[in-house]
Design a protein around this ligand. Structure first.
Ligand code: MN
Ligand code: MN
Length: 470
């Protein structure tokens, strides 16, 4: 061998030793693991089709927890290692916990994900008729690109509390025989003026009006007969009158089912991957963590998309109160339990999109099929609003994931000064809990139909499980 060749070989070896490793997950998973990944994603897809709102996800999780022997948590209850409890917060958020063998004063292992997604909420006086078409007025929830919500099939989910106090559950547009709903857009032929609007104003908030009917009540002697006919149908079906919308939470979401995407079926398209693509793996990981050392806690929360305020969001005290009550069951101090706890804030991150390469910095962003993304800090501009995990905690998580053979990567949400965003990490870190963001990379985040890679969903599950078992 010539000297030059020797040097070339040693450079290769040295690179292997010194350079960061970037590799497609499929090159690192054996056939058995790829099969397990696919089976896991089948379960995830079914969950996505069953649960499109925070309420539906909460119902799903609660039913499954009860079937798996979790008991409703009561302050002061007697708990020992292996016991499983849950708390349902107002039908919109869930906390589940499995008691570990270590004393509670050694802290809990917490995974936090959110189950609300961007959508269109109905206003409190939603129903009206114009030119013999019936409509619902909406107020959008979370960050959306409004033009994306027109001309697609939509479904209606939520609850109505009638004047007699009865709560009616609504879910229309998901089953094959159901009607769907619709928001119109202008035909290109007549959109010359609309096309001059900037993209953000292409469709305006007050133009997100849902078409819900067009047949009049059969009587030619009165106005608003389409509206009357619609109320007649709603009264027959739900026993409601127009005023009952005042005490309702009705959410319009895309009616598309979750599907495999690509000839190779390697991806999943669905509404609301953000953040059910972390919620579901965290939930499963918790169920599969039977005898944890530290008490494992998973919180599946509401209101992240509007800033986490409100009593079902993580800026409220409900997580803190739960941890304090849990500590008290062992005669421990809740504040000390929190200080000793560690958290994975499980939320999605932007995946690199080759069609729009300019917004992400290639050395510091997440790629599809490169595993679950660990994000040290979030925020905007000068890291505004971040909790920024410490080097020590990142070091600990790194070791844990590597030891567990979890496929993971690291990435930031976008280039510096390109925009940014936050997660619940800061609110949990504010409780004096070591916290870091870990989640699945998503393409077209916050669009009516978002895209993830199956191997990343699986990697998220593996990461949460390794963490909850630690
Ligand atoms: Mn999110
Ligand atoms: Mn989001």
């Amino acid at each position: 061998m010539t000297k030059a060749k020797k040097e070339a070989k040693s450079a290769k070896a040295l690179k292997e030793e010194l350079f960061s490793r970037k590799e497609h997950a499929a090159q690192r998973m054996d056939a058995k693991e790829l099969k397990a990944c696919d089976a896991f994603c089948k379960g995830y897809t079914a969950f996505m089709n069953q649960c499109k709102t925070e309420r539906e996800a909460t119902d799903f999780f609660t039913a499954e927890l009860e079937a798996k022997g979790f008991q409703a948590f009561r302050p002061g209850m007697k708990l020992t290692a292996g016991d499983k409890v849950y708390l349902n917060n107002r039908g919109k958020a869930v906390i589940l916990a499995t008691i570990g063998t270590a004393p509670i004063t050694e802290g809990v292992r917490l995974c936090a994900a959110h189950i609300d997604s961007p959508r269109l909420d109905l206003k409190q006086h939603p129903l009206y008729e114009q030119s013999e078409i019936g409509y619902f007025k909406t107020h959008y929830y979370g960050g959306i690109k409004k033009y994306q919500w027109t001309a697609i099939p939509l479904s209606l989910h939520g609850v109505i509390v009638r004047s007699d106090g009865e709560k009616i559950t609504v879910r229309i547009g998901e089953d094959a025989g159901d009607p769907v709903f619709y928001i119109t857009d202008l035909l290109p032929h007549l959109a010359t003026e609309q096309m001059k609007r900037p993209l953000a104003l292409g469709i305006k908030g007050e133009e997100l009006n849902i078409v819900i009917g067009s047949m009049p009540f059969r009587d030619d002697d009165s106005a608003e007969l389409v509206k009357l006919h619609l109320l007649e149908i709603l009264h027959e079906k739900y026993g409601i009158t127009e005023d009952d919308f005042l005490s309702a939470e009705l959410e319009i979401v895309p009616a598309f089912p979750a599907r495999e995407v690509g000839f190779d079926r390697s991806m999943i398209g669905a509404y609301g991957h953000d953040d059910r693509v972390c919620s579901y793996p965290a939930f499963r990981a918790s169920l599969d963590t039977v005898n944890p050392v530290h008490t494992s806690v998973v919180i599946l929360t509401d209101k992240e998309e509007t800033g986490s305020d409100g009593n079902t969001g993580l800026c409220s005290s409900y997580l803190k109160y739960f941890l304090m009550d849990l500590a008290e069951c062992f005669g421990a101090n809740g504040r000390r339990v929190m200080s000793a706890s560690k958290c994975l804030s499980a939320d999605v991150n932007a995946g690199f999109d080759p069609t729009f390469p300019d917004v992400l910095e290639k050395n510091n962003c997440a790629y599809l099929n490169h595993g679950v993304c660990v994000t040290k800090f979030t925020g905007a501009r000068g890291k505004s609003g971040t909790s920024d995990a410490s080097a020590e905690f990142v070091g600990e998580i790194r070791q844990l994931l590597d030891a567990g053979n979890v496929i993971w990567q690291t990435g930031e949400l976008g280039k510096v000064d390109m925009g940014g965003g936050g997660t619940v990490a800061a609110y949990i870190a504010n409780l004096d809990i070591d916290t870091i963001d870990v989640g699945v990379p998503v393409l077209s985040m916050h669009a009516p139909y978002e895209l993830v890679a199956k191997t990343d969903v699986w990697a998220a599950y593996r990461a949460f499980k390794v963490f909850l078992e630690s």
